[in-house]
Design a protein around this ligand. Structure first.
Ligand code: PHE
Length: 341
């Protein structure tokens, strides 16, 4: 027992004398490591007569634990000292100098997407995720665009070697969502879309849409108009009028182009609306019975509306961005404008 006490006192002293972090590993090897003094003592316990085993064992154990926690404390002291040294070295540190590092901001597309999602969530819609790589079936056939249909031409896209496509529109998720939930359903699904486009200031090969779909008994165009107006009023923070013009899309019947009264001049005519007072915003319509059927929903029992809002366009309008290609450019100067507004 005397030997134990001596070892403990010596260990404590050694620990106090450690000067740098690295000295702690020498200490550990000397006392607590595989062949350390304390470990060697532990090994001796089994050779002792039974009556000594207990007290001796307990004491060694206690010494081991004490040394371990003393070592941890010392470790903390070294870490603290390291920070203090660093601070002392930077004598001229002035915490009141304004940071020269610019603040980040959300991408205009993310801002608009979050806004639209929030509004639809508050109206009871769920938000779904769509794939960027889709089967040809989901992208075309399931939305009533069979092979060789001329409508495929307008949405020429990038085909992968395995026959799948980069989705040309968020409508590609319609079938999967109908099969997942059945009717009734209210869902929106934002996503990145791709088309083989001639690029110019308002056409990009990669752009963003947000699709909305509501299916239930007795859903009509009136519901469609209501939800679109609600959403637009929230996005533009003022009452927005809408009008529907006939538009053809194989997956809706009847199909429409939804125009909004120009939010900049309130319909009086300005540069943004090309002096017409209206801006074409979003194709939509009542979901075609074939599409419902392919989604496993009986068109005699339920109807639905769908819309495909291109929100690259919405972001450009909201933040006065005149060139669609800026949205994918990573040009901080242009894109951070949105965050400032
Ligand atoms: N998917 C169509 C497009 O991208 C838009 C659309 C969606 C039209 C839903 C009608 C209904 O062109």
């Amino acid at each position: 027992m005397k030997e134990l006490e001596e070892i403990f006192l010596k260990a404590k002293k050694d620990l106090e004398e450690t000067k740098i972090f690295q000295d702690l590993s020498t200490f550990y090897v000397n006392y607590l490591g595989k062949t350390g003094k304390v470990t060697e003592l532990m090994k001796k316990v089994k050779d002792l007569p039974n009556e000594e085993k207990r007290t001796f064992g307990q004491t060694v154990n206690k010494i081991k634990q004490d040394l371990q926690s003393l070592m941890e404390e010392r470790e903390k002291e070294f870490a603290k000292q390291k920070i203090l040294n660093k601070i002392n070295k930077t004598k001229d540190l002035d915490l009141t100098v304004p940071s020269s590092c610019p603040h980040g901001s959300l991408h205009p597309i993310s801002i608009i997407q979050n806004e639209v999602i929030d509004i639809f969530l508050s109206m009871g819609f769920t938000v779904e995720d769509g794939n960027e790589i889709e089967t040809e079936y989901n992208n075309f056939e399931a939305v009533n665009v069979p092979k060789n249909h001329p409508a495929r031409d307008m949405q020429d896209t990038f085909y992968l070697d395995n026959g799948q496509v980069l989705k040309t529109h968020t409508s590609a998720a319609q079938n999967r969502i109908m099969r997942k939930y059945g009717a009734p359903l209210k869902a929106i699904f934002p996503g990145r879309c791709f088309r083989n486009e001639e690029l110019d200031a308002s056409h990009e090969n990669t752009f963003f849409q947000i699709e909305g779909m509501m299916i239930d008994k007795d859903v009509s165009v009136a519901n469609l108009i209501y939800f679109m107006k609600e959403m637009l009023t929230h996005v533009f923070k003022k009452e927005i009028n809408v009008r529907l013009r006939p538009g053809f899309f194989p997956f809706v019947e009847p199909g429409f182009e939804l125009d909004i009264s120009c939010p900049y001049c309130d319909g009086k005519g300005c540069r943004v609306c090309k002096h017409g007072g209206w801006i074409e915003l979003c194709p939509c319509g009542m979901i075609h019975p074939n599409v419902l059927r392919m989604g496993g929903i009986d068109p005699d029992k339920c109807q639905g509306f769908a819309f495909g809002l291109g929100f690259s366009r919405l972001a450009m309008m909201t933040y006065d961005i005149t060139e669609i290609r800026l949205l994918n450019s990573g040009n901080i100067k242009a894109l951070s404008q949105a965050g400032i507004k």
